[in-house]
Design a binder for this molecule. Structure first.
Ligand code: ATP
Length: 274
């Protein structure tokens, strides 16, 4: 069937609108499993025998000094960087090291980079609409054909990210924090199972940080969320479980109180300040 025929067939669920299937099997273990992962860049070990597991529905914060390997770890999970050795599994079924970046995304791993990249000339609603369509060129016709269930999904996400009142405003007029929430909403449209969020509160006001803390904690449970963040106050406000990376390995893991009293962690952070 041609695209035109698809679009004029209103009783059909279009392929490009169909929810992404994510048969992630977590019955026997974690949603993310990394073992013995090593990555070198020109002989420099950026990731050094990294072992990390994240449980289904968990909200995990990853902290660590500059150069600890946090970004590289996210790059490995999303398929952007291939490790030299090790295993990386999404549930017990998907070996991520055999998959391309787009395949990993469509399995249900969404990544939010530090800078918001919303479409400023479109409304909040249209940005979410766009995020839903696999084929982004379809946008102009999407509104006309949109089925109620997809509108419901957008409304649900608007509520989650707290932007209902601004749904018809251009994304360009949003504050920095609102743009970040919109972008999280755009990821949610794809119904991810695992969300990777890089420094979500950089540049935010105190109030925006509080709202972001609420948003990320509300997402956990429905999906697993891994947050890389430098702001310790923010990490303390959201994290039940914190992993400290240092020189490409896990240095400590536990509650914020446990890791912040760990002599090795203190040494590493004091070293950085010095
Ligand atoms: N493509 C690359 N080529 C060479 N070295 C790299 C590359 N990517 C990362 N590195 C190095 O690997 C180490 C880990 O970098 P990474 O960006 O993962 O750390 P990070 O914990 O995210 O740091 P930050 O908190 O500063 O963002 C750093 O020393 C970095 O310079």
């Amino acid at each position: 069937m041609s695209m035109l025929e698809q679009l004029t067939h209103r009783d059909r669920v279009f392929d490009f609108l169909a929810p992404v299937a994510s048969p992630v099997d977590v019955r026997h273990g974690p949603i993310l499993y990394m073992e013995g992962v090593n990555v070198s860049f020109d002989g420099f070990k950026a990731i050094n025998n990294l072992n990390l597991t994240v449980d289904d529905g968990e909200l995990r914060c990853i902290i660590g000094p500059n150069g600890a390997g946090k970004t590289t770890m996210m790059d490995i999970i999303t398929g952007k960087t291939r490790p030299d050795t090790g295993s990386v599994w999404f549930g017990s079924r998907h070996n991520l090291l055999t998959k391309s970046e787009p395949d990993i995304a469509s399995l249900g791993i969404g990544r939010k980079f530090q800078k918001p990249t919303v479409f400023e000339a479109l409304t909040v609603f249209e940005n979410l609409e766009l995020a839903m369509a696999a084929d982004k060129r379809i946008l102009p016709t999407l509104t006309a054909i949109m089925k109620p269930e997809y509108r419901d999904r957008i409304n649900e996400v608007l509520e989650t990210i707290g932007l209902q009142q601004l749904r018809d405003r251009l994304a360009g007029i949003l504050s920095h924090g609102q743009k970040q929430w919109l972008e999280i909403g755009m990821l949610l449209m794809q119904k991810p199972r695992l969300l990777l969020v890089d420094e979500p509160v950089a540049g935010m006001t105190e109030q925006e940080m509080e709202r972001t803390a609420e948003l990320l904690t509300s997402l956990a449970g429905k999906q697993s969320v891994v947050v890389v963040e430098h702001d310790m106050g923010f990490v303390r406000s959201i994290a039940r479980h914190v992993t400290v990376l240092h020189q490409g390995s896990v240095l400590a893991e536990g509650t914020m109180d446990q890791v912040s009293n760990d002599p090795e962690v203190i040494k590493v952070y004091l070293g950085e300040e010095a």
